[in-house]
Design a protein around this ligand. Structure first.
Ligand code: AHR
Length: 834
């Protein structure tokens, strides 16, 4: 309760608020109901403790095994702000530490590394001077002390402590019938207001997020066709001309076995169990006798293993078989070193009955590694052929880098891309390509961070590595090939590389440290930063003066690739470890290459997540560092439909937005008409906010049948088929009908409760003068739009799709439109070219 006293003083009304402390405060209990439940808050009521909700969860380590919170301890600082520490497991030399101003938004967690291998039951106390004392125990029962700075970002080295056990005394409460340990606090009414508002907003958001189109019959039982008026103005603003691009990540076999044209699996005999449990150097190969793999005098130090072939045939099964087409030519190559005189090999493609589909002979000589080529022409088509390498009598030879490419690659590039898949991507006319991925970029632990320079040069010298998604990366599709693909399809390259920290979901390393693993040690950061600078030099430099640019020229591209954008970090936890490294990297790039537009990151989730808030806070404070920041959110269709104003109030003077990963989903996961329409609705609002949103990319883009790590994806494929989804059609229609000017329009006459289901957006391409009007009807009834300020001339074409929400494929059709009215059937998306 507040007593408000109004005093009249020299004509001014002064409002004095006297807080009557005792009556106003509420008792709260902060605790964790169980190890995976995170930090909760309960409020004292007349009938006992009532749970209000979850304040934050644990972000530590990998999904599944970690993300646990034990013994949370909360302290209140002199200024009323909060500090939290908790134990993450019983084996790692660290604990979690977080900061909050109001108990509801927490700064992303830091994990200070201690000298002991366990940090059990950390407990925190606020000191008068603003610092904090943290005590924890080890498994042997030793007590240790560490001091934390007021901002809770700096932690002293831990020391032995003699503090009494009483420091670990906790309060107990019965919440939801469970007796739990925790911390008791008194909060003011204002503080309680912030907390209850927060939970109310979350609840409201949760409810809206559950809205599903295929429950419309239940939710809109008597809905009649809707009529609306679209007023088109002559007001325009400049918007980004790069709104729709693509996100390429080697996930779900998108690279090897996918877009990369190589048909031989494990061509270099480098598969190891680290790639995938049970995998070894001979995985995907077979022979009648055990295959001898050795490492003596290898072809390359980066490719130490190779097979030694005697009088035997070894077969490669390809990626779930090798699909070949009758009459097509295939380029075969392999490196050979003979142990005895000149020898020949027979190379065949055979079907499952060992019937020969194609054949070539290879004559080899010399004991040094040498590359041999042959062309195989398929006599018949087969979807599951195998490659046979047959050593003729008396042979003993080492073989490595056994490779088979269709001659028909995309744009006939050598070491090229699978044509049909690349063509579907090219048809999207993406304005940029982000690569080499999301989590794969920052990697599974520090050792697995993606190093772009390991992916260029001769194939045998590239450094293969395991993939965070549970398989192997040959790096045959490396940075040269990515840049070349961008050039081939007229898209800007947008490489995204680690900010000196690995994926926050990384497994424990050998020291038992998971998550960001403390980041690349500071003494190694200069070398890492140099590696990033070398990329810019490699892409844009002059081959006559730069050794990195010369590598590009030697690979066949003397002209610069004209790199303009560089992403640093991928949805990292915006911890102190991240911020320090990110800032160092950006400063170095800005100093040497001020023309490069840096893209930062604001974590894996939208507002009001901790990383989003801290990420934006940091980016705004350091707005000179980056041109834009990368936002990610995978959400329900309901969420997208109810957050269409997401960018309306973004500060236009701050870094721009790259919505680098997003997708709408339903519980069925596969893209369908419902998800495609939710995305279309949202993209009309992105166009409207195209002055602050610079780029967007749906994610993930590719997924191979039988090897999916993630759903939904934009394009599914097998060895023989490419299946673009409704999500693809939405992306394509927005991309090929884009402009650089937004024409203001307004829709009227729509009942309030239906507004989130209808959208219109008009853009103009200032180069061609063409206008594109996009209309979305995500309602179960027909929508008639009367145009105010526009008369569509006869012969005008519209393109689009419609269907039932749960349909997983759509047919994009053309329609003729004219006059002043447009009728959209239920669940429809149309683009009208004017
Ligand atoms: O797009 C799939 C994954 O989602 C990306 O690797 C990662 O950045 C995000 O979590």
């Amino acid at each position: 309760m507040k007593r408000i006293i109004r005093l009249g003083m020299t004509g001014l009304l002064v409002v004095v608020v006297i807080a009557i402390h005792a009556q106003e405060t509420k008792q709260v209990f902060i605790y964790s109901p169980s190890e995976r439940a995170g930090l909760h808050i309960a409020q004292q009521t007349e009938t006992g403790w009532k749970e209000l909700g979850q304040l934050c969860s644990s972000d530590y380590g990998t999904w599944g095994a970690e993300k646990r919170m034990y013994h949370p301890s909360v302290a209140r600082a002199n200024d009323g702000s909060w500090r939290l520490v908790f134990q993450v497991n019983d084996k790692s030399p660290l604990f979690a530490a977080a900061y909050s101003k109001d108990l509801v938004s927490w700064r992303p967690q830091d994990y200070p590394i201690m000298t002991t291998s366990q940090c059990l039951q950390p407990t925190v106390f606020a000191n008068e001077n603003g610092s904090f004392d943290i005590y924890f125990k080890t498994k042997g029962g030793e007590k240790r002390w560490v001091s934390a700075s007021n901002d809770f970002r700096r932690f002293s080295k831990d020391e032995k402590s003699l503090i009494d056990d009483v420091a670990w005394t906790r309060d107990t409460a019965m919440v939801n019938g469970l007796s739990v340990d925790g911390c008791l606090f008194e909060l003011s009414a204002a503080e309680m207001g912030v907390i209850t508002d927060y939970f109310n907003r979350l609840a409201q958001d949760g409810k809206q997020s559950q809205e599903r189109m295929y429950e419309d019959a239940k939710n809109f039982p008597d809905l009649q066709p809707v009529e609306a008026v679209l007023t088109i103005t002559n007001q325009e603003k400049t918007i980004s001309d790069k709104l729709i691009g693509i996100f390429f990540e080697d996930i779900s076999y998108a690279a090897d076995g996918g877009l990369y044209g190589e048909l031989i699996q494990n061509r270099d005999f480098e598969y190891v169990p680290k790639d995938h449990r049970g995998w070894k150097a001979t995985t995907a190969w077979s022979a009648s006798k055990p295959i001898n793999v050795v490492q003596v005098d290898p072809l390359s130090k980066n490719n130490p293993r190779y097979a030694v072939l005697g009088n035997d045939t070894i077969y490669n099964e390809g990626w779930d078989g090798i699909a070949v087409n009758a009459g097509e030519k295939y380029d075969f190559s392999m490196f050979v070193r003979n142990y005895n005189a000149k020898k020949s090999f027979i190379i065949q493609l055979v079907d499952s009955n060992d019937v020969v589909l194609a054949k070539a002979t290879l004559k080899t000589e010399g004991s040094d590694w040498k590359k041999y080529d042959a062309v195989l022409t398929a006599k018949r088509s087969c979807t599951k052929a195998r490659l046979a390498v047959i050593g003729v009598k008396g042979i003993k030879a080492g073989i490595d880098m056994v490779s088979l490419f269709p001659q028909e690659t995309f744009m006939h590039r050598k070491n090229g891309l699978r044509k049909d898949l690349a063509q579907v991507i090219a048809d999207l006319k993406p304005k940029f390509v982000r690569f080499p991925g999301g989590c794969m970029s920052h990697g599974q632990g520090l050792e697995n961070i993606y190093h772009w320079n390991h992916t260029i040069g001769p194939l045998q010298d590239r450094k293969p590595d395991f993939n965070i998604w549970g398989y192997h990366q040959t790096r045959g599709l490396g940075f040269f090939e990515f840049f070349q693909f961008c050039e081939d399809i007229g898209a800007e390259p947008l490489p995204v590389l680690a900010a000196g920290v690995p994926c926050q979901n990384s497994n424990n390393n050998r020291d038992g440290i998971g998550g960001q693993q403390g980041g690349i040690p500071m003494d190694q950061m200069p070398a890492y930063i140099q590696e990033l600078l070398n990329l810019i030099e490699w892409a844009n430099g002059d081959p006559t003066t730069s050794k990195w640019a010369k590598m590009r020229a030697d690979a066949g591209h003397p002209a610069p690739f004209n790199l303009k954008y560089l992403g640093i970090g991928n949805e990292d936890i915006i911890s102190t470890v991240f911020e320090e490294r990110y800032e160092m990297i950006c400063r170095a790039i800005r100093e040497k290459y001020p023309e490069i537009k840096i893209c930062g990151t604001v974590g894996p989730f939208h507002a009001p997540s901790a990383d989003y808030l801290e990420g934006w806070d940091f980016s705004k404070k350091h707005s000179d560092l980056q041109y834009m920041v990368d936002e990610h959110y995978y959400e329900s269709t309901g969420w997208f439909m109810h957050h269409r104003d997401y960018y309306d109030n973004y500060d236009r003077h701050m870094p721009k937005v790259y919505l680098g990963e997003y997708a709408a989903s339903t519980p069925e996961k596969r893209p369908n008409v419902e998800t495609a329409l939710a995305e279309a609705l949202y993209l009309t609002d992105i166009e409207r906010n195209g002055d602050v949103v610079e780029m967007t990319s749906y994610a993930p883009m590719l997924a191979k049948d039988g090897h999916r790590n993630w759903d939904p994806d934009m394009i599914y494929f097998s060895n023989t088929e490419v299946c673009p989804t409704p999500a693809y059609e939405t992306q394509r229609l927005f991309s090929v009908n884009s402009g650089d000017r937004y024409v203001a329009t307004s829709l009227s006459g729509i009942p309030l409760q239906l507004k989130h289901r209808i959208a219109a957006s008009m853009v103009r391409d200032s180069k061609t003068g063409k206008k594109y009007l996009k209309l979305v009807n995500a309602l179960p009834v027909e929508l008639t739009i009367s145009l105010n300020g526009l008369m569509i001339p006869e012969g005008t074409l519209a393109e689009g799709f419609d269907g039932q929400p749960e349909e997983q494929s759509v047919e994009v059709k053309s329609f003729e439109v004219k006059g002043e009215k447009i009728v959209l059937p239920p669940y429809a998306f149309r683009v009208i070219r004017l």
